[in-house]
Ligand binder design. Structure first.
Ligand SMILES: NC(=O)c1ccc[n+]([C@@H]2O[C@H](COP(=O)([O-])OP(=O)(O)OC[C@H]3O[C@@H](n4cnc5c(N)ncnc54)[C@H](OP(=O)(O)O)[C@@H]3O)[C@@H](O)[C@H]2O)c1
Length: 210
């Protein structure tokens, strides 16, 4: 398949690119700084672009079969709309180019999965550190849900840099009110790529945890 990967210079995005290429996909990575992509491959095209630019996204989305987004940022203490605004642009670009499938990461703990990232996140990390970020992620999810796309919102537990596992759990009701569930970025990438061919979670919000 021809895939557009957003957030490809990030830790999960790098896993997505590597695993997609291993599986034989043709990958376009839209990144802000192309020199941050260290991997070279005959099936990898790196294009410079910002997700806040509808024009950049329109050009990158053209002729793709699906889009995978691992977008994130670290401006936690600033009230930003980077995630929701970029999703609005991405949806517009995809609908215009008739690209149907969007597989996007948000997080466990958002919207109807509230409190399920464990007590530490519920009582401290989300209200104190991630408040604005999670508000924007919540808006991002709602925009994706209102779109006409074949969307799948992937809600991982806390991310680790561990190896890809084959026995992770996925489902709509997963999570834990006390303990923080974790999952490796490599397993998240594996799960996201599986969603290219599987319709089970279309228009759903699967959680993925160990
Ligand atoms: N950390 C956790 O425990 C956890 C738990 C659940 C969910 N998540 C979510 O999982 C996702 C992936 O996490 P991660 O740790 O792999 O992310 P990450 O390493 O922070 O990577 C984020 C990516 O988004 C890109 N990006 C940011 N703003 C952009 C813009 N304006 N235009 C184009 N690209 C832009 C970054 O590009 P640059 O390299 O140019 O900055 C980078 O490639 C995030 O949404 C995160 O919130 C994280």
């Amino acid at each position: 398949m021809k895939l557009l990967i957003i957030g490809g210079t990030g830790k999960t995005g790098r896993q997505l690119i590597a695993q997609a290429l291993e599986q034989g996909h043709e990958v376009t990575a839209m990144v802000r700084q192309p020199d941050k992509v260290k991997l070279t491959h005959s099936h990898l095209r790196v294009c410079k672009g910002n997700v806040l630019s509808l024009q950049d996204l329109g050009a990158a989305v053209k002729n793709q079969d699906a889009v995978l987004s691992a977008l994130g940022h670290k401006r936690f203490f600033i009230k930003t709309s980077i995630l929701s605004q970029s999703s609005k642009n991405l949806i517009l670009a995809m609908e215009k180019q008739h690209v149907k499938r969007l597989i996007a990461i948000t997080s466990l703990g958002i919207n109807d999965s509230r409190y399920k990232l464990g007590l530490y996140y519920t009582l401290f990390v989300i209200p104190v550190i991630l408040w604005f970020y999670f508000k924007d992620k919540s808006k991002q999810e709602k925009l994706i849900m209102q779109s006409n796309l074949e969307w799948i919102i992937v809600r991982p537990g806390q991310l680790t840099n561990g190896k890809k596992k084959s026995n992770y759990q996925d489902g709509e009701k997963l999570g834990h009110y006390i303990l923080t569930p974790c999952i490796s970025r490599a397993s998240v990438a594996d799960f996201m790529l599986k969603q290219l061919y599987d319709n089970t979670y279309v228009h759903k919000t699967p959680t993925i945890i160990n």
